[in-house]
Design a protein around this ligand. Structure first.
Ligand code: TIU
Length: 224
């Protein structure tokens, strides 16, 4: 596949599409719809929905270009044996494992835990179930990337500050070059979103690069 190049902060980004994976982080009902985990923490879930359409368009472009796409879901076993009690008992509202309108909150197999229909995986796109905020912690993600000789990650999803940021930090320490696609991420707090993006690309790209999906999509179109 042809090399891809697009404008990004702090500098133009170049990558080999065959050595890139796009990761869609936790685009689950539990985070973007009322009655799930995000709301149980006291958040206004509608703030995350701005990322859905940019993610949908980028996903379409990635699929058209034959890119490797991975989806992640945050959640726990039904017996909660993989959920630290410190996580379960945090927050003032309903807890992980409690019954909500979309089933048990943040529990695998429940309706709320599943990915939203707009971004549903197609065959060949692995789904990583993760118990933590980072996608590398206690998951098969790293061997999956190493087996394919992946070196660059396009990171999309929610929330910018929590699971996307944690994943980028984990990936950066493992030697992956990460591009956070700014409009494909969202936070319950817009000011956190802005600052989180600045933290990625500051200091010459201390954690990675930040790019708009329009730049990535144009590069994908040019390459295919
Ligand atoms: N609370 C919050 O902003 N996020 C999470 O708990 N998980 C993810 O970001 N997926």
């Amino acid at each position: 596949m042809a090399p891809l190049s697009f404008d990004a902060k702090p500098a133009r980004f170049e990558m080999d599409l065959s050595r890139c994976a796009a990761i869609f982080i936790d685009m689950q009902r539990d985070f973007v719809e009322p009655g799930g985990f995000g709301e149980s923490l006291g958040n206004d879930v509608s703030r995350l929905r701005v990322a859905i359409e940019p993610c949908r368009r980028l996903l379409e472009g990635l699929r058209r270009a034959g890119a490797f796409v991975i989806h992640t879901r945050e959640g726990h076993r039904p017996d909660l044996s993989d959920a630290p009690s410190s996580k379960i008992h945090r927050g003032a509202g309903p807890k992980i494992g409690d019954l909500g309108p979309m089933g048990r909150i943040l529990v695998r197999g429940e309706r709320g835990h599943d990915l939203i229909p707009e971004l549903y995986p197609v065959p060949g796109e692995p789904v990583i179930d993760k118990p933590g905020k980072g996608a590398f912690y206690a998951t098969e993600l790293e061997p999956m990337l190493r087996h394919r000789n992946i070196e660059s990650l396009l990171v999309c999803g929610v929330t910018t500050v929590v699971c996307a940021h944690t994943t980028v930090r984990e990936a950066n320490d493992r030697g992956f070059r990460c591009v956070v696609v700014e409009d494909c991420c969202a936070s319950y707090f817009s000011e956190f979103h802005e600052v989180a993006l600045r933290m990625i690309s500051a200091q010459g790209g201390i954690f990675g690069w930040v790019a708009h999906s329009s730049e990535v999509l144009s590069a994908l179109t040019r390459a295919t």
